[in-house]
Design a protein around this ligand. Structure first.
Ligand code: MIC
Ligand code: SF4
Length: 644
């Protein structure tokens, strides 16, 4: 039997385990990336491991999330990351150089290699044929130290692309269509591969828009073949030497195949508050809007920006609309300036932001009360924009630009004609904002600077012999990490200060949760399906650990979050029968007899509701390695025991 693209890369990097669907496998990681909102923790953990020098082929630290410096905290964290990376062999992408995924795609991604990043959108690199995966900071720290990265061997989903996109229909519409078909749980446990005749009609940045939002499918990764188009992109980046051809074997087997006809696609929008709540833009036409935000790691390439500039040229943004534009990287930004397109954007009334995540992570540009905001981003989770009652729609740059002019939801295909965007055959290469680390023998000369906002990382404990505690919080389906650990301007500065961060935990769902959890010494959380979807932020495990959470019971979990829970010694267990969810209410007294023994060796345990006498069977689906980590009270303790 032949191999899929991802299987070929996995086979090349397999360190342990068998490539059997559903089984744990260990992979060698070639490259890592971090960003500043998760990076501080990742490097603190790397330092705690006592490894002098990274062992990867390349590791890069980006500063792109916490760039609004309304106090000393973010600037201190940046300085810490700058000094710690210089010492330990990691490149440092300075603030102003751009969004991690965009810059990595331009400057470092390589077909056929593996990449993990402490950011869930690391699969963006799949646009170039690289196997990129989002991971918790601790997993990234381990990989930087040369350690193995563990995943469950994924199933393979193929999206067969046929036809060609019509004018004003973008790559964003392709992934929104896939989200419409598969939903936010549809990619869980899978790698999504793109193939078919339509592939060659898409540029690398367009492919990267599609793989980027594979994160919203819950997929382990998403990947495109590496072909002539990939080669041309690498050549334009002055990196032709990094090209290797990559495609699936003709007899490769997929668990499911879906066809998307590009020629038949129309502009789409993901409606509040989920990326899979997809409707045609034509069905929303005429709805008044208040804000448009263009940018993010999904849609901030040169191609996207030039398209927007062409639509806005000579027009004025509607008076009821505030338009922000954040180019994805310094490369894009400076080329826009040089070709004059930046002037077209400025003249139209766009508010140009720095090349960073910005509004995507609630770093400014929160919409007005109950405001309708059209964003070219990837997530429209409740309150993520910073305005609790905002209505955020995810759209393509084409739809965003057209609507910014009219002030109402506008299907860009009604503009008529076509935007002609001339893509440069050579990008402007200037890596002056990427600092190199010092040579190993000079590392002692570097003093790592730590600001007062950096507080110790909480460390987990071994599970209790019998678990007896309260159901401290009950939540529904599709709880995101933005519910568990919100972001935004007020919260993000505390990413390296867990005690302070804990004051915001779950407050989107229940404002009293932090105080209640602290007063009661923690307990168990009950969730619905796909608990922990979204970000890779390990804070969504670390902070509950700090608040005393010992276990999370759910109908199902998202991949990165479940790995983070295990890394920090919180036991994730699934309900054997999802209907049992109804037999538990917040405040109930819970018990699991023989809890530690079950974690050590059982695949089942019985959860007793002592308040109403009901019981539920729980599944404990762990590998032997995961059981050891949980018994040690988390991966930091486990590594201290000398294990990888
Ligand atoms: C996000 O888009 O939610 C983030 C912010 O990039 C996160 C990482 C984080 O929480 O720092 C992600 O996607 O992993
Ligand atoms: Fe940054 Fe938004 Fe991309 Fe996350 S999704 S990395 S916040 S641009």
């Amino acid at each position: 039997m032949g191999y899929t693209i991802a299987q070929k890369i996995i086979k090349e990097h397999l360190v342990c385990g068998e490539m059997v669907k559903g089984k744990e496998i260990g992979l060698k990681i070639d490259q890592t990336l971090t960003q500043d909102a998760t990076g501080t923790m990742a490097y603190l953990q790397f330092e705690a491991m006592g490894i002098e020098r990274v062992k990867t082929e390349l590791s890069v630290a980006y500063i792109d999330h916490n760039t609004l410096q309304a106090g000393f905290e973010n600037a201190d964290d940046h300085r810490y990351i700058q000094t710690v990376t210089k010492k330990h062999g990691i490149r440092f992408s300075r603030p102003g150089n751009g969004i991690c995924h965009q810059v990595h795609l331009e400057r470092f991604s390589k077909p056929g290699k593996t990449l993990i990043g402490s950011d869930s959108h690391t699969p963006t690199a799949g646009g170039i044929g690289m196997l990129g995966m989002g991971a918790g900071g601790l997993d990234v720290a381990v990989a930087m130290g040369g350690g193995t990265y563990y995943i469950t061997m994924p199933k393979m989903i193929k999206i067969e692309l046929v036809g060609q996109l019509n004018p004003y229909v973008g790559a964003k519409d392709v992934i929104l269509e896939v989200l419409r078909i598969l939903g936010v749980k549809g990619g869980v446990g899978a790698i999504v591969e793109y193939g078919g005749e339509g592939v060659k009609t898409l540029s690398v940045p367009q492919r990267a828009t599609i793989t980027n939002m594979g994160a919203e499918l819950g997929a382990t990764s998403s990947i495109f073949p590496a072909d002539e188009v990939t080669k041309a992109f690498l050549k334009a980046e002055g990196r032709e030497g990094d090209f290797v051809e990559l495609s699936s074997d003709l007899d490769a087997e997929y668990d499911a195949v879906y066809t998307v006809n590009l020629s038949q696609l129309q502009p789409l929008a993901a409606c509040p508050h989920s990326p899979d709540n997809v409707k045609p833009v034509s069905a929303l036409s005429g709805m008044p809007i208040n804000q448009v935000c263009i940018g993010s790691c999904t849609n901030s390439s040169m191609q996207d920006m030039l398209t927007v500039a062409a639509i806005l040229k000579g027009k004025t943004v509607h008076p009821n609309v505030s338009l922000s534009i954040s180019p994805g990287s310094k490369q894009v930004y400076s080329m826009l300036a040089e070709c004059g397109a930046l002037a077209d954007l400025i003249n139209a009334g766009a508010r140009i932001l720095e090349c960073a995540c910005g509004p995507c992570i609630g770093m400014g540009f929160s919409p007005q009360s109950a405001g309708v905001s059209l964003r070219t981003f990837n997530r429209n989770f409740l309150a993520r924009s910073g305005t609790a009652d905002a209505q955020v729609y995810l759209v393509s740059p084409e739809t965003a630009a057209a609507s910014a002019i009219t002030g109402v939801f506008t299907d860009p295909t009604t503009l008529g004609g076509a935007v002609q965007v001339e893509m440069p055959t050579a990008f402007k290469i200037n890596d002056n904002l990427i600092e190199l680390p010092v040579a190993a023998e000079l590392s002692d000369t570097i003093c790592v600077e730590r600001g007062p906002n950096i507080k110790p990382i909480p460390v987990g404990k071994a599970p209790d012999k019998d678990l007896s505690c309260e159901l401290i919080l009950k939540v529904g389906d599709d709880i995101t990490t933005d519910h568990i650990m919100p972001a935004g301007t007020k919260v993000l500065p505390y990413r390296s200060n867990v005690p302070k961060l804990s004051e915001f935990c779950f407050t989107v769902c229940d404002k009293d949760f932090p105080v209640r959890a602290k007063a009661k010494g923690g307990g168990v959380i009950l969730g619905g399906a796909n608990y922990g979807q979204g970000s890779s932020r390990e804070h969504a495990a670390l902070v509950p650990l700090y608040l005393g959470i010992k276990a999370v019971v759910a109908k199902s979990f998202a991949r990165i979050h479940v790995a983070n829970l295990i890394n920090f010694g919180i036991v994730p267990m699934t309900l054997e029968n999802p209907d049992d969810y109804e037999h538990f209410a917040q405040g109930d007294c819970l018990e699991i007899q023989g809890f530690a023994a079950a974690v050590a060796r059982e695949t089942q345990a019985t959860l007793v509701n002592k308040t109403n006498g009901k019981t539920a069977k729980l599944r404990l689906d762990f590998s032997a390695r995961q059981r050891d980590i949980l018994l040690a009270g988390g991966r930091l303790n486990y590594t201290k025991q000398g294990k990888e």
